[in-house]
Structures are given as C-alpha cells and as structure tokens.
Design a protein around this ligand. Structure first.
Ligand code: TYM
Length: 321
C-alpha cells in the first residue's frame, strides 16, 4: 500500500512557531513523498472552552496558515475534521476497545482537566477520536510535536487490539518528530510554547512584534539546572539561522563571550525573514473566502471517499453491516 500520512492542528487560536517547527514544517517536506491528509481539528478544539461565534474564522485562519506555509492542495488532502463525520463514527467503535482508566492516565487529560467542570467526556475521549483521525486513513506516519506522542502510542494500541479482535485493517502508525519537536515559551522556558502563551511568536507576527517578543525572551538561569531559555534560543537559531551563524553563537556560548542581546537580535531578524514570503502569501489569500471554501470542500470529499471505505470494512468485521 502507498505510504500514508495524517496530521492536524486545533483551530484554538493563531498558530505559533512551535506548531510550525513541530508539525507544519515537516508536512511541507512530506507532501512530496507520501499521500498526505492534513486536517483542521475543530472537533478537538471544542473539548476545551471556546467561542462559537469565532470558530469558523479560526478554522479559516488555520487553513490560510497551511496554504501560506507551503502546503499544496493539489498534492495533499486538506480538510476540516467535522466535514468528515466518519471519524466520529469510527471513534465510537474504538471507544469500546479502550479502558477508561487508560484515558484518565493520559498526560494531556490530566493537564487540561484541572477543574471538575473542565473534565468533560469529550476531553477524556479526545485520544480515541485522534486515533480514529489517524487510523481511518490507515496512516503509517503521524508528523507531530513531542506532546502528541502519547496519543499516537494509544492509536497504535487501538490498531493492535482491533486487528487482533476483529481482523487486520489498521497499520500501526508511527510518530515522526522534527528537530523542533518541543519549542519552549519565550517568557517562561519551563513551559512549552502554547496557543495561550504570551511568549509565543505567531506565524504572521510583523517583524516589529517578533523583535519585541524575542528581545524579551528569558535567559536567566533558575536553580542549578541547564538554562532552558538559552537552550531554547539555540534550538530556534538552529532552525531559522544559517549554520555558520549558529556555530559562531555556539562557540561564543562555550567560551563565555556571548552577548544574548546580539543573539536575540540576529534570531529576530532571521525569524522575520523566514516568514516574509508567508506573510505576503497569507495577505494575498486572506480576502478570498470562496477559494478557501472550494479547497476545503474538495478536500472533505476526497477524504470522505477514503474514510468511508475503512469505516465500512471495520463495521463489517464488527458485525454491524
Ligand atoms: P495542537 O493543535 O495542540 O498542536 C498542533 C501541532 O503542533 C505541535 N506543537 C508543538 N511542537 C513543538 N513545540 C511546541 N511548543 C508545540 N506546541 C504544539 C503539536 O505537537 C501538534 O503536532 N491533538 C492534536 C491535533 C490532532 C491530531 C490528530 C494530530 C487531532 N487529531 C491526529 C495528529 C493526528 C493537537 O491538539 O495539536
């Protein structure tokens, strides 16, 4: 069977460079070598508090980010998760295979269900829906950041269980991690960069905003541990600057002659330059709602054709058809 890939991002707020380095940057390379399905995970976005009136715009924003970053809709299938209802149906079938205790132990559930009112069933079942997202396309690989590896591992367990119990349908998907698999917040480097984090750089931030955020990045050491803030800046420098510049700063760090203000200024310039074409392309696409809708509706149709085949096969084996 052809090599298949699936991944997705929640339209929870504007995408940041953690989402880019952990996920999208890999997708852009992968689109040339495999059959790729990339979705906008709106059904996952509603498991935490959100604003219904803003969701459609948030979905469009992620779609624009995908296209402006370089995903080619002629090469990959781009779609909105809720436009392919087969995912939810397969998730229900899978839910009968997963002990509730296992879901309670998932790191993300523990982190996000800090209050009883937040611990809704959707949030608990989140990884089961994610397994359905992946397995319904019989994907072999899932390019994500490190925080999602536990979820992909559960998808492997579900695939194994289903195949053993009902018959071979699903390949066991593997995570693909990038060099930027865990980007930390610039304002609090003990936490990962997230969509709700003030220390996050959004993909369409202007060069001025990027500069302001990077110059404020925390580099002071806390306790006796390695300096997470500085290490994070080096990770970013490696991703966004040229190798000679990276080596020069690394040398200066090792010999104790480094000036962090210089490193930050260089990094801010290089990030701004990296996304210059992105900002232009995004602006050009932003006004064209119709074009975006056409891409997403063609993507959903394509995705559904594949999804339906897998779901039918699973239902048949389970005695439901
Ligand atoms: P989400 O929306 O939280 O994040 C989207 C992608 O960005 C990566 N990421 C990061 N990578 C490096 N450093 C960071 N600080 C950072 N923050 C986020 C995430 O690892 C992810 O790859 N559950 C998924 C969405 C999803 C999905 C799927 C993914 C739904 N179904 C099926 C893969 C396959 C999520 O919440 O991603």
């Amino acid at each position: 069977m052809e090599e298949r890939i699936l991944s997705g991002i929640r339209p929870s707020s504007r995408l940041h460079i953690g989402n880019y380095l952990g996920a999208i940057k890999q997708w852009i390379e992968l689109q040339h070598r495999a059959r790729c399905f990339f979705m906008i995970a709106d059904l996952h976005a509603i498991t935490t508090p959100y604003e219904p009136a803003e969701l459609q715009q948030a979905i469009r924003d992620v779609a624009l980010d995908y296209l402006a970053a370089g995903l080619d809709h002629h090469k990959v299938t781009l779609f909105v998760q809720s436009h392919v209802p087969e995912h939810v149906e397969l998730a229900w079938l899978f839910s009968t295979l997963v002990p509730v205790g296992e879901l309670h132990r998932m790191t993300q559930f523990k982190e996000k269900s800090t209050k009883a009112s937040l611990a809704n069933l959707g949030l608990l079942a989140y990884p089961v829906l994610m397994a359905a997202d992946i397995l319904i396309y019989q994907a072999h690989e899932v390019p994500v950041g490190e925080d999602q590896t536990q979820h992909v591992e559960l998808a492997r367990v579900i695939a194994r269980k289903f195949n053993a119990k009902y018959g071979q349908v699903f390949p066991e998907p593997k995570t693909i991690l990038s060099g930027g698999k865990r980007i930390m917040s610039l304002s609090d480097p003990s936490k990962k960069m997230s969509k709700t984090d003030g220390g996050g750089i959004q993909l369409d931030d202007s060069p001025e905003v990027i500069k302001k955020k990077v110059m404020k990045a925390v580099t002071a050491t806390k306790g006796g541990e390695g300096n997470a803030g500085v290490m994070n800046l080096f990770t970013l420098l490696k991703e966004f600057s040229d190798p000679t510049t990276y080596r020069q700063f690394l040398n200066a760090e090792e010999t104790g002659t480094i000036k962090y203000a210089e490193l930050k200024a260089q990094l801010a310039d290089d990030i701004a330059r990296h996304f210059a074409a992105f900002r232009e392309k995004r602006k050009a696409l932003a006004g064209n709602h119709r074009y975006l809708e056409e891409i997403l509706s063609a993507g959903a149709e394509e995705a559904r054709a594949t999804a339906k085949k897998t779901l039918d096969q699973a239902k048949q084996l389970m005695g439901l058809a």
